[in-house]
Design a protein around this ligand. Structure first.
Ligand code: ADP
Length: 417
């Protein structure tokens, strides 16, 4: 049994030829692109390489000259599959098989090349091989130039997109703040209060209106914050911050939700470190986003645990839940802007319901805030499983500023304030 590497971009041909060769008792490795094929050849060192000449990235000739340059592959027979009338430099390859392949004779021909048969032409001289390599290098250089141009264009479009998002969010926020203010004012007017008391329908309508305005306000604020963070315009207002106070403020905003959903929130702040330097408001936002996610992705009656501890000169905050967990692949992207894992169709529109919807901005905001503090954020989860509920733990590591803690407390002299 021989190991044959077969490179062809056409999936139908791949399936057919692989079957024929496997049927003939060979072990077949396949690749759809030249670079992939060359990589496999280097790693697996096949007994024979069968390659189509029309590959999307390199030509079959270039594949052959690249393979010949690898000492371990110098003696491996390379057989080219050619279309009718295709010009081929036979000196570069051991043999040629015409396409469409003859199903009956293919295996026999391959066997003969494996046995040492070579089509008539003399092996390529160094000059020919060098010519193909030069062509390859020239083509790669052109590709690199094209890629650079595409990259510049993508950056320009990305910038336009960022500017657009930022501008739209700002333009929306101003009238929305006015709408919000007027709606609250309307609600507080005596005749409206009277109407609300008299007519439950008025009450329901106004409550629905306020809820939607608040939601819209939150979404727009989220976009403004994330675009600020993305453009590096995040100003930290650093000051003495107590992590216990931050967590307590955040948790107080979730008391009702936790109760409604039967979720247990566990934390013991008695051992938590004292004050350190941070932007308290932004830290609140980051921890609130983590808690909001823990609530969203943990089914009713689950448990959320918040912990804070000192690890050397860093403070480690963790938010652990007993929820659905996060797929390993998604874990690499969830801190990116507008990335949402799972099926967004399943999302509920409420931000506090199980699988409540979001824009995929919460964690991007967290990362921006944490990195602005010189810290890092990451997640650990065994994967996503709605039955087993493996849960997720989010960690935030922040530099813990000892100077602040050890700064002498200046007691005011009597009579001063
Ligand atoms: P969103 O506002 O849509 O929740 P985030 O940026 O906060 O966006 O989170 C991105 C994605 O990460 C979410 O769509 C969700 O799939 C996943 N995720 C975040 N936190 C958790 C968690 N605690 N458990 C499971 N999945 C989570």
């Amino acid at each position: 049994m021989a190991t044959i590497l077969y490179i062809d971009a056409d999936s139908n041909s791949r399936t057919l030829i692989e079957r024929i060769l496997v049927y003939a008792g060979h072990h077949v490795l396949t690749a759809s692109r030249a670079l992939e094929g060359i990589e496999i050849a280097k790693q697996r060192q096949p007994d024979l390489v069968l390659t189509d000449l029309n590959l999307p990235d390199f030509s079959g000739h270039e594949v052959a000259s690249q393979l010949r340059a690898v000492p371990a592959l110098a003696a491996v027979p390379i057989v080219a599959l050619t279309e009718q009338n295709q010009i081929i430099n036979k000196s570069l390859v051991t043999g040629v098989i015409a396409k469409p392949v003859d199903v009956v004779t293919l295996a026999v021909k391959v066997q003969s090349y494996l046995g040492g048969h070579r089509d008539s032409a003399n092996p390529a001289d160094q000059a020919t091989e060098q010519m193909y390599r030069r062509e390859l290098v020239e083509r790669l250089e052109t590709n690199v130039r094209d890629l650079e141009a595409t990259n510049r264009e993508l950056r320009r479009l990305d910038q336009i997109k960022d500017d657009f998002i930022q501008l739209t969010a700002h333009e929306l926020r101003t009238p929305l703040t006015t709408v919000y203010g007027y709606s609250r004012l309307v609600q507080s007017l005596v005749p409206v209060q009277y109407l609300m008391a008299e007519n439950p329908e008025v009450r329901v309508c106004l409550a629905g209106l306020m809820e939607s305005i608040e939601r819209l306000h939150a979404v727009v604020s989220e976009i403004v914050t994330v675009s600020r963070i993305a453009s590096g315009r995040i100003d930290l207002k650093l000051g003495p911050t107590s992590i216990t106070e931050v967590v307590e403020i955040v948790v107080s905003g979730y008391t009702n939700v936790l109760q409604q959903r039967g979720l247990n929130l566990v934390y013991d702040s008695s051992t938590w470190p004292p004050q350190f330097y941070a932007d308290m408001g932004l830290l609140e936002l980051a921890i609130s986003n983590l808690l909001s996610n823990a609530v969203k992705y943990t089914p009713d009656t689950g448990t959320i645990t918040i912990d804070v501890r000192l690890e050397g000169d860093r403070m480690r905050i963790s938010v652990k839940d007993t929820g659905i967990g996060i797929d390993l692949v998604d874990q690499q992207h969830i801190f990116d802007r507008f990335y949402t894992a799972g099926d967004t169709q399943l999302h509920s529109t409420s931000k506090t319901a199980f699988r409540g919807g979001g824009l995929g901005l919460g964690l991007a905001i967290c990362r921006g805030i944490v990195e602005a503090h010189g810290g890092k954020i990451w997640v650990e989860s065994e994967g996503c499983d709605e039955q087993r509920l493996p849960g997720s733990t989010f960690f935030i590591d922040l530099p813990f500023n000892y100077q602040l803690v050890s700064r002498p407390v200046v007691t005011p002299a009597p009579g001063t304030s």
